[in-house]
Design a protein around this ligand. Structure first.
Ligand code: PLP
Length: 408
């Protein structure tokens, strides 16, 4: 990953609007005219580079954002979509058909888990869920039918770290595609540079960063993206999860500040994780030495963007978790809301929200406890002040006791 800086790659792209505007013009059209019928035919056949046909296939605004996100991930190209699930589901359906098999991390976003567990079996695609941190277990789950290895760089919600380099080697050995959802760690980790074949993001989160839209992207080779958009058999073209041009233009503007935001999210999360761990709370954050994958994660990241903005605290019981979240919200420390990557801290109890699709016994097996709160730490200016305010909430609810009581 040496010499690869994703933010510099984005900055090096230059676009102008139709009248010399500093932002590219927004293509506010669903369909495009042709001067000749022959050009229209050739465009349908995929033989006319630079011609637009219909906006479900591609639009100038979406192509600008595709290009920026491909530059960020270091892939040949990309395809934006209307949501993260709108990127994940066509990608997997393009790679797998009836009779095929997927080996997936068991700690993934609940919607992806539900898609693999409940939906794809209807199409004859089966999935084995494994502990992705154990490379021998991953390899042992591969069968003659396996086509895809699927994981999240940093998993939702347990913040397990996938050894992408190790997984890529397994994928190569067995001729599989390694698909990595990098939603939690944009800029920090560049999975394609570590050997992933396809990198996916829910743009809804850090990349857009303003919690005003859903969006997604698949970053991959030109060949794979062309197959996704193929008018005859492309899963994105035929299922239709197209991002609207007005939205892609607004996501593009927010992408411009991603590097500044990621540094601040990481700084704030590291600060709080260190303080709360010291206070004796069960704290999970990949930047802490106590995190089981801290050492490997250190070798994977572009260090200037840090260990990311996601952290979990286990406060013991669901009742305590709920009380703490309500109290913190009432003190304006953040919002009791799912999602992540907002300027304000967001918190939720994953067992009863974003991971509720995962059956209780499987939640227990993967270590998803009742009292777990997932935090997406915001861009707070004075994080010591935030820490003191959070701590006061915890003392009020007797989740943390005062120093004097603790030593007594
Ligand atoms: N991947 C991860 C890691 C997520 O957290 C989410 C949503 O929470 C998704 C994918 C799905 O993205 P979207 O909600 O944009 O469809």
């Amino acid at each position: 990953m040496k010499n690869f800086n994703p933010a510099d790659n984005i900055q090096d792209l230059q676009y102008f609007g139709e009248f010399g505007g500093v932002n590219p013009s927004i293509s506010d059209s669903s369909t495009y005219t042709f001067l000749s019928a022959k050009t229209m035919f050739d465009t349908f056949e995929g033989n006319m580079e630079g011609c637009y046909l219909y906006s479900r296939h591609s639009s100038p605004s979406n192509l600008y954002l595709d290009k920026a996100l491909a530059a960020m991930e270091g892939t040949e190209t990309a395809n934006v979509s209307a949501s993260g699930m709108g990127a994940i589901t066509p990608t997997l359906l393009q790679l797998c058909g009836s009779g095929d098999h997927i080996v997936s991390s068991r700690t993934i976003y609940g919607g992806t888990y539900a898609f693999l567990k409940n939906f794809t079996p209807r199409l004859g695609i089966t999935t084995t869920f494994v502990d992705i941190t154990k490379l021998d277990v991953v390899e042992a789950a591969i069968t003659a039918e396996t086509k895809v290895l699927y994981c999240e760089t940093v998993s939702n919600p347990l913040l397990e770290v996938a050894d992408i380099d190790g997984l890529a080697k397994i994928a190569k050995r067995h001729n599989l595609k390694l698909v990595v959802d990098n939603t939690f760690s944009p800029l920090s980790v560049s999975p394609a540079k570590l050997g992933a074949d396809i990198v996916i993001h829910s743009l809804t989160k850090y990349i857009n960063g303003s919690s005003d839209t859903v969006g997604g992207v698949t970053c991959a080779s030109q060949e794979f993206i062309d197959s996704l958009k193929n008018v005859n058999n492309g899963a994105s073209m035929l299922l239709g999860p197209t991002m609207d041009s007005l939205r892609s233009a607004s996501v593009m503007k927010n992408l411009r500040t991603l590097h500044i935001r990621m540094k601040q999210h990481s700084h704030n999360a590291m600060y709080l994780a260190q303080r709360f761990e010291k206070d004796g709370l069960k704290t999970v954050y990949p930047g802490l030495e106590s995190h089981p994958s801290h050492e490997i994660y250190k070798t994977m990241i572009n260090p200037e963007y840090g260990f990311g903005g996601m952290m979990t605290l286990d406060v013991g019981t669901l009742d305590k978790a709920n009380a703490l979240m309500e109290l913190m919200q009432s003190k304006n420390l953040g919002y009791l809301a799912v999602s992540l990557g907002f300027y304000k801290t967001l918190f939720s109890a994953p067992g009863t929200s974003t991971s509720s699709e995962i059956p209780m016994e499987e939640q227990i097996e993967m270590g998803l406890t009742d009292g777990l709160i997932r935090f997406s730490i915001g861009l707070d200016n004075d994080i010591e002040r935030t820490y003191q305010m959070m701590k006061a909430c915890m003392m009020e609810l007797e989740i943390l006791k005062s120093k004097a009581t603790q030593t007594a």
